[in-house]
Design a protein around this ligand. Structure first.
Ligand SMILES: Nc1ncnc2c1ncn2[C@@H]1O[C@H](COP(=O)(O)OP(=O)(O)O)[C@@H](O)[C@H]1O
Ligand SMILES: [Mg+2]
Length: 250
Protein backbone atom coordinates (compact mmCIF):
# COMPACT_ATOMS: atom_id res chain seq x y z
CA UNK A 1 0.00 0.00 0.00
CA UNK A 2 1.50 3.29 -1.09
CA UNK A 3 1.86 6.11 1.41
CA UNK A 4 1.72 8.77 -1.28
CA UNK A 5 -1.75 8.82 -2.80
CA UNK A 6 -1.82 7.82 -6.42
CA UNK A 7 -4.37 9.68 -8.43
CA UNK A 8 -6.55 7.70 -10.74
CA UNK A 9 -9.44 8.86 -12.83
CA UNK A 10 -12.64 8.97 -10.87
CA UNK A 11 -14.85 6.23 -12.28
CA UNK A 12 -18.23 7.72 -11.44
CA UNK A 13 -20.32 9.74 -13.82
CA UNK A 14 -23.86 11.00 -13.73
CA UNK A 15 -24.84 8.41 -16.32
CA UNK A 16 -23.86 5.43 -14.15
CA UNK A 17 -27.21 3.83 -13.27
CA UNK A 18 -25.77 1.77 -10.39
CA UNK A 19 -24.60 4.87 -8.55
CA UNK A 20 -28.10 6.26 -7.87
CA UNK A 21 -28.99 9.92 -7.71
CA UNK A 22 -26.00 12.17 -7.09
CA UNK A 23 -25.90 14.33 -3.97
CA UNK A 24 -24.18 17.10 -5.91
CA UNK A 25 -24.34 17.87 -9.60
CA UNK A 26 -22.65 21.04 -10.85
CA UNK A 27 -22.91 21.87 -14.51
CA UNK A 28 -20.68 24.63 -15.95
CA UNK A 29 -20.92 26.71 -12.78
CA UNK A 30 -19.37 30.18 -12.81
CA UNK A 31 -19.20 32.83 -10.13
CA UNK A 32 -18.34 36.38 -11.07
CA UNK A 33 -17.75 39.02 -8.40
CA UNK A 34 -18.31 42.61 -9.39
CA UNK A 35 -16.47 45.40 -7.57
CA UNK A 36 -17.46 48.68 -9.17
CA UNK A 37 -16.74 48.20 -12.85
CA UNK A 38 -14.24 45.39 -12.29
CA UNK A 39 -15.37 41.78 -12.75
CA UNK A 40 -13.52 38.84 -11.29
CA UNK A 41 -14.33 35.24 -12.18
CA UNK A 42 -13.71 33.33 -8.93
CA UNK A 43 -15.24 30.03 -10.13
CA UNK A 44 -14.76 29.13 -13.79
CA UNK A 45 -16.88 26.59 -15.55
CA UNK A 46 -16.86 23.93 -12.83
CA UNK A 47 -18.73 20.71 -13.55
CA UNK A 48 -18.69 17.86 -11.07
CA UNK A 49 -20.75 15.00 -9.71
CA UNK A 50 -20.56 13.66 -6.15
CA UNK A 51 -22.43 10.49 -5.29
CA UNK A 52 -23.93 9.39 -1.95
CA UNK A 53 -21.32 8.00 0.43
CA UNK A 54 -18.34 9.69 -1.21
CA UNK A 55 -15.67 11.38 0.90
CA UNK A 56 -14.28 14.21 -1.21
CA UNK A 57 -11.65 16.81 -0.46
CA UNK A 58 -11.59 20.02 -2.45
CA UNK A 59 -8.06 21.32 -2.33
CA UNK A 60 -6.35 24.42 -3.59
CA UNK A 61 -4.13 27.30 -2.50
CA UNK A 62 -5.44 30.43 -0.85
CA UNK A 63 -7.47 32.53 -3.29
CA UNK A 64 -8.20 29.62 -5.65
CA UNK A 65 -11.97 29.87 -5.09
CA UNK A 66 -12.55 27.16 -2.47
CA UNK A 67 -14.75 29.23 -0.18
CA UNK A 68 -16.67 30.63 -3.14
CA UNK A 69 -17.33 27.08 -4.30
CA UNK A 70 -18.23 26.00 -0.76
CA UNK A 71 -20.74 28.86 -0.52
CA UNK A 72 -22.37 27.69 -3.72
CA UNK A 73 -22.33 23.99 -2.70
CA UNK A 74 -23.76 24.98 0.70
CA UNK A 75 -26.54 27.10 -0.84
CA UNK A 76 -25.17 30.16 0.96
CA UNK A 77 -24.74 31.87 -2.40
CA UNK A 78 -25.88 31.19 -5.94
CA UNK A 79 -23.80 30.79 -9.10
CA UNK A 80 -23.70 33.57 -11.69
CA UNK A 81 -24.41 30.97 -14.35
CA UNK A 82 -24.61 27.21 -14.71
CA UNK A 83 -26.76 24.69 -12.92
CA UNK A 84 -26.60 23.14 -9.42
CA UNK A 85 -28.68 20.15 -8.43
CA UNK A 86 -28.55 19.24 -4.73
CA UNK A 87 -30.05 15.82 -3.97
CA UNK A 88 -31.83 16.11 -7.31
CA UNK A 89 -33.30 19.53 -6.57
CA UNK A 90 -32.37 22.43 -8.87
CA UNK A 91 -31.27 25.24 -6.56
CA UNK A 92 -29.76 27.47 -9.29
CA UNK A 93 -32.52 30.06 -9.31
CA UNK A 94 -33.82 29.86 -5.75
CA UNK A 95 -34.41 32.94 -3.60
CA UNK A 96 -33.05 33.43 -0.05
CA UNK A 97 -35.96 31.72 1.71
CA UNK A 98 -35.92 28.71 -0.56
CA UNK A 99 -32.15 28.37 -0.15
CA UNK A 100 -32.48 28.53 3.65
CA UNK A 101 -35.04 25.74 3.50
CA UNK A 102 -32.79 23.58 1.30
CA UNK A 103 -29.85 24.17 3.66
CA UNK A 104 -31.90 23.09 6.67
CA UNK A 105 -33.12 19.96 4.96
CA UNK A 106 -29.98 18.75 3.21
CA UNK A 107 -26.75 20.20 4.60
CA UNK A 108 -24.72 20.01 7.80
CA UNK A 109 -21.99 22.65 8.03
CA UNK A 110 -18.64 22.60 9.83
CA UNK A 111 -16.57 25.80 9.73
CA UNK A 112 -13.00 26.67 10.65
CA UNK A 113 -14.18 28.95 13.49
CA UNK A 114 -16.59 26.29 14.93
CA UNK A 115 -19.41 28.93 14.93
CA UNK A 116 -20.93 27.72 18.20
CA UNK A 117 -23.09 30.09 20.25
CA UNK A 118 -21.02 30.93 23.35
CA UNK A 119 -23.98 31.30 25.73
CA UNK A 120 -25.43 27.87 24.95
CA UNK A 121 -24.42 24.44 26.25
CA UNK A 122 -23.06 21.83 23.87
CA UNK A 123 -26.45 20.12 23.83
CA UNK A 124 -28.35 23.35 23.07
CA UNK A 125 -25.91 24.19 20.29
CA UNK A 126 -26.39 20.78 18.72
CA UNK A 127 -30.18 21.02 19.03
CA UNK A 128 -30.38 24.35 17.19
CA UNK A 129 -30.87 23.03 13.64
CA UNK A 130 -33.73 20.89 14.94
CA UNK A 131 -35.32 23.92 16.61
CA UNK A 132 -35.25 25.70 13.23
CA UNK A 133 -36.92 22.62 11.75
CA UNK A 134 -39.62 22.80 14.48
CA UNK A 135 -38.80 19.38 15.96
CA UNK A 136 -40.51 18.98 19.39
CA UNK A 137 -38.31 19.63 22.42
CA UNK A 138 -38.07 16.10 23.82
CA UNK A 139 -37.16 14.73 20.41
CA UNK A 140 -34.57 17.49 20.01
CA UNK A 141 -32.99 16.57 23.35
CA UNK A 142 -32.88 12.89 22.47
CA UNK A 143 -31.31 13.41 19.06
CA UNK A 144 -28.89 16.06 20.34
CA UNK A 145 -27.67 13.74 23.08
CA UNK A 146 -27.25 10.90 20.60
CA UNK A 147 -25.24 13.09 18.20
CA UNK A 148 -22.93 14.22 21.02
CA UNK A 149 -22.45 10.61 22.14
CA UNK A 150 -21.54 9.71 18.56
CA UNK A 151 -18.69 12.25 18.55
CA UNK A 152 -17.47 11.06 21.96
CA UNK A 153 -18.85 13.97 24.00
CA UNK A 154 -21.68 12.26 25.88
CA UNK A 155 -20.08 13.54 29.12
CA UNK A 156 -19.95 17.19 27.97
CA UNK A 157 -23.65 17.91 27.33
CA UNK A 158 -23.93 20.90 29.66
CA UNK A 159 -20.51 22.42 28.96
CA UNK A 160 -20.38 25.75 27.20
CA UNK A 161 -17.94 26.32 24.31
CA UNK A 162 -15.43 28.22 26.50
CA UNK A 163 -15.33 25.23 28.86
CA UNK A 164 -14.10 22.95 26.09
CA UNK A 165 -10.89 22.58 24.05
CA UNK A 166 -10.79 23.60 20.39
CA UNK A 167 -10.95 19.96 19.33
CA UNK A 168 -13.98 19.34 21.55
CA UNK A 169 -15.70 22.44 20.21
CA UNK A 170 -15.17 21.24 16.66
CA UNK A 171 -16.63 17.84 17.62
CA UNK A 172 -19.69 19.68 18.97
CA UNK A 173 -19.89 21.43 15.59
CA UNK A 174 -19.70 18.06 13.84
CA UNK A 175 -22.50 16.74 16.09
CA UNK A 176 -24.56 19.81 15.17
CA UNK A 177 -23.88 19.14 11.48
CA UNK A 178 -25.11 15.55 11.87
CA UNK A 179 -28.15 16.01 14.05
CA UNK A 180 -30.55 16.72 11.20
CA UNK A 181 -29.34 13.66 9.30
CA UNK A 182 -28.28 15.70 6.25
CA UNK A 183 -27.60 14.32 2.77
CA UNK A 184 -24.32 16.25 2.80
CA UNK A 185 -21.77 17.22 5.45
CA UNK A 186 -19.84 20.24 4.17
CA UNK A 187 -16.71 21.36 6.01
CA UNK A 188 -14.59 24.45 5.16
CA UNK A 189 -11.06 24.18 6.63
CA UNK A 190 -12.43 22.30 9.68
CA UNK A 191 -8.95 21.67 11.11
CA UNK A 192 -7.57 25.13 10.32
CA UNK A 193 -7.72 26.25 13.96
CA UNK A 194 -6.72 22.97 15.60
CA UNK A 195 -3.42 21.58 16.84
CA UNK A 196 -2.16 18.32 15.37
CA UNK A 197 -3.75 16.06 17.99
CA UNK A 198 -7.18 17.71 17.72
CA UNK A 199 -6.81 17.67 13.92
CA UNK A 200 -6.28 13.92 14.11
CA UNK A 201 -9.42 13.48 16.27
CA UNK A 202 -11.58 15.49 13.91
CA UNK A 203 -10.21 13.74 10.80
CA UNK A 204 -10.86 10.38 12.44
CA UNK A 205 -14.40 11.51 13.03
CA UNK A 206 -14.86 12.41 9.36
CA UNK A 207 -13.41 9.00 8.47
CA UNK A 208 -16.04 7.36 10.68
CA UNK A 209 -18.82 9.40 9.10
CA UNK A 210 -17.64 8.21 5.72
CA UNK A 211 -17.50 4.60 6.96
CA UNK A 212 -21.12 4.99 8.11
CA UNK A 213 -22.10 5.93 4.57
CA UNK A 214 -22.30 9.71 4.91
CA UNK A 215 -21.41 12.02 2.06
CA UNK A 216 -18.62 14.31 3.21
CA UNK A 217 -17.10 17.22 1.30
CA UNK A 218 -14.13 18.78 3.01
CA UNK A 219 -12.41 21.92 1.80
CA UNK A 220 -8.77 22.40 2.69
CA UNK A 221 -5.50 23.90 1.56
CA UNK A 222 -3.51 21.19 3.43
CA UNK A 223 -2.37 18.12 1.50
CA UNK A 224 -2.19 15.93 4.65
CA UNK A 225 -5.84 16.68 5.35
CA UNK A 226 -6.96 16.14 1.75
CA UNK A 227 -5.18 12.78 1.62
CA UNK A 228 -7.58 11.40 4.20
CA UNK A 229 -10.44 11.65 1.73
CA UNK A 230 -11.23 9.04 -0.88
CA UNK A 231 -11.24 11.48 -3.76
CA UNK A 232 -9.38 14.77 -4.16
CA UNK A 233 -10.45 17.58 -6.46
CA UNK A 234 -7.72 20.17 -6.96
CA UNK A 235 -8.79 23.66 -7.91
CA UNK A 236 -6.53 26.31 -9.38
CA UNK A 237 -7.68 29.81 -10.29
CA UNK A 238 -11.32 28.82 -9.90
CA UNK A 239 -11.18 25.80 -12.21
CA UNK A 240 -10.85 22.05 -11.61
CA UNK A 241 -7.20 21.16 -12.24
CA UNK A 242 -7.50 17.46 -11.37
CA UNK A 243 -10.04 15.06 -9.92
CA UNK A 244 -9.07 11.60 -8.80
CA UNK A 245 -9.22 8.83 -6.23
CA UNK A 246 -6.52 8.68 -3.58
CA UNK A 247 -4.68 5.41 -3.26
CA UNK A 248 -5.18 5.26 0.51
CA UNK A 249 -7.86 3.14 2.17
CA UNK A 250 -7.70 4.55 5.69
N1 LIG B 1 -17.09 39.09 -2.21
C1 LIG B 1 -16.06 39.14 -3.06
N2 LIG B 1 -15.91 40.18 -3.93
C2 LIG B 1 -14.88 40.22 -4.79
N3 LIG B 1 -13.93 39.26 -4.89
C3 LIG B 1 -14.02 38.21 -4.06
C4 LIG B 1 -15.08 38.10 -3.09
N4 LIG B 1 -14.90 36.94 -2.40
C5 LIG B 1 -13.79 36.37 -2.90
N5 LIG B 1 -13.25 37.13 -3.89
C6 LIG B 1 -12.06 36.79 -4.68
O1 LIG B 1 -12.27 35.54 -5.31
C7 LIG B 1 -11.09 34.75 -5.26
C8 LIG B 1 -11.40 33.41 -4.55
O2 LIG B 1 -11.66 33.65 -3.17
P1 LIG B 1 -12.04 32.48 -2.16
O3 LIG B 1 -13.17 31.71 -2.74
O4 LIG B 1 -12.25 33.07 -0.82
O5 LIG B 1 -10.71 31.59 -2.20
P2 LIG B 1 -10.14 30.51 -1.15
O6 LIG B 1 -11.24 30.11 -0.23
O7 LIG B 1 -9.64 29.39 -2.01
O8 LIG B 1 -9.02 31.20 -0.44
C9 LIG B 1 -10.04 35.58 -4.55
O9 LIG B 1 -9.24 36.17 -5.55
C10 LIG B 1 -10.83 36.61 -3.80
O10 LIG B 1 -10.12 37.81 -3.69
MG1 LIG C 1 -11.34 30.02 1.95
Amino acid sequence: MADAPTLARHPSSNTDPAAGQPVIELEAVRKVYRTGTIEFEAVRNVSLVIHPGEYVAIMGPSGSGKSTLMNILGCLDVATSGRYLLAGEDVSDMDEDQLADVRNRHIGFVFQQFNLLPSLSALRNVELPLAFAAVPREERRRRGRLALERVGLGDRLTHRPNEMSGGQQQRVAVARALVSDPALVLADEPTGNLDSSATEDVLELFGELHAQGRTVVLITHEAEVAERAQRVIHIRDGAVASDGLTGGTR
